[in-house]
Design a binder for this molecule. Structure first.
Ligand code: IPM
Ligand code: MG
Length: 330
């Protein structure tokens, strides 16, 4: 088994270092290969996703990303985030799973990841108007919706499809395709919810949700809202899955340049992404559970500054490593 590590930018290398140590402890037989990505790759090669990085990623069993993005490239033509957007498309990881749980909250956002506004035609007209376009083919909705129905079937059998069908044609298509699948998943209770209302419901009554499925941009936004409701971006993990090829596992947070290099980044989101990798990418659900439990414990015993504590990234890592090294309870 081979895992490609793409530390990338900002706090990315700091949190991926922790992941490396934990993966090494949990599954020593996995081969880890680091590659250039994001702003770090632009600096070294001029592009955010160099050919070697793409080739290694395609050949891997799973990919772990730290973060892509640096303020110095915000206005540049070539930007770190473009590497992420292209890698997702190249690997066709269309289903992005973003779990949100804390206390009574336990839901899963399934974000369509390789279409919509991020990938539509864009440009500038002679009069200075700039445009991005949102396009969906029914097949792109069908496959991610099926994934969401199946995931709901493994959980509490409830699926909320989020759209803006009162305004957007792509959303009307979305709703039609999702509704058309309901008969194939009779055990799953389906509801449709407008995205503005969904944002409010996640804030006011998040316990109502089980699985939510939505297009790319809505999912980007609502997954940050969900993270805000469940301990913040330091905790939110994600898995991006296609059909058969390697998945991409990455924290929902960005490169956090404001705290990069200070040794205080919370590695929990990355470690939870490693747990998703162990489960969905490497077929090691036992190790995934052990890591999740170790992270939950460390969040209580060794909180980092984003959680009101004073532990460093290394302190947190040590707490997790000590816990996963303990022999399993009889
Ligand atoms: C995310 C991030 C990315 C996205 C950025 C960094 C391109 O915000 O994974 O949510 O918008 O998809
Ligand atoms: Mg985002």
């Amino acid at each position: 088994m081979k895992v490609v590590l793409l530390p990338g930018d900002g706090i990315g290398p700091e949190v991926v270092d922790v992941a490396k140590a934990v993966l090494g402890a949990l599954v020593p037989e996995v081969e880890l290969e680091e590659q250039l990505f994001g702003g770090a790759a632009i600096k070294a090669t001029g592009e955010p996703l160099p050919p070697e990085t793409l080739a290694a990623s395609k050949a891997a069993d799973a990919i772990l990303i730290g973060a892509a993005g640096l303020p110095e490239y915000d206005a540049a033509e070539v930007r770190p985030e473009q590497g992420l957007i292209r890698l997702r498309r190249e690997l066709d990881v269309y289903a992005n799973l973003r779990p949100a749980r804390q206390g009574a909250i336990d839901f899963l956002i399934v974000r369509e990841l390789v279409a919509g506004l991020y990938y539509g035609a864009r440009g500038e007209r002679p009069d200075g108007t700039v445009f991005d376009t949102c396009e969906y083919h029914p097949a792109q909705i069908d496959r991610v919706a099926r994934r969401a129905f199946a995931l709901a079937g493994e959980r509490a059998n409830r699926l909320t499809s989020v759209d803006k069908a009162n305004v957007l044609d792509t959303s009307r298509l979305w709703r039609r395709v999702v509704a058309g699948l309901a008969a194939e998943y009779p055990e799953v209770e389906l509801e449709h919810m407008l995205v503005d209302n969904a944002a409010m419901q996640i804030v006011l009554a998040p316990e109502q949700f089980d699985v939510l499925v939505m297009e790319n941009t809505f999912g980007d936004i609502l997954s940050d809202v969900a993270a805000g409701m469940t301990g913040g971006l330091g905790l939110a993990a994600s898995a991006s899955l296609g059909d058969g090829g390697p998945g991409i596992f990455e924290p929902v947070h960005g490169s956090a340049p404001d705290i990069a290099g200070r040794g205080i980044a919370n590695p929990a989101a990355t470690l939870r992404s490693v747990a998703l990798m162990l489960e969905h990418g490497l077929g090691r659900p036992g190790e995934a559970r052990a890591l999740e439990a170790a992270v939950d414990d460390a969040l209580v015993s060794t909180p980092t500054p984003d959680l009101g504590g004073s532990a460093s990234t290394d302190d947190f890592a040590a707490a997790v490593l000590a816990r996963v090294a303990e022999p399993a309870a009889p």
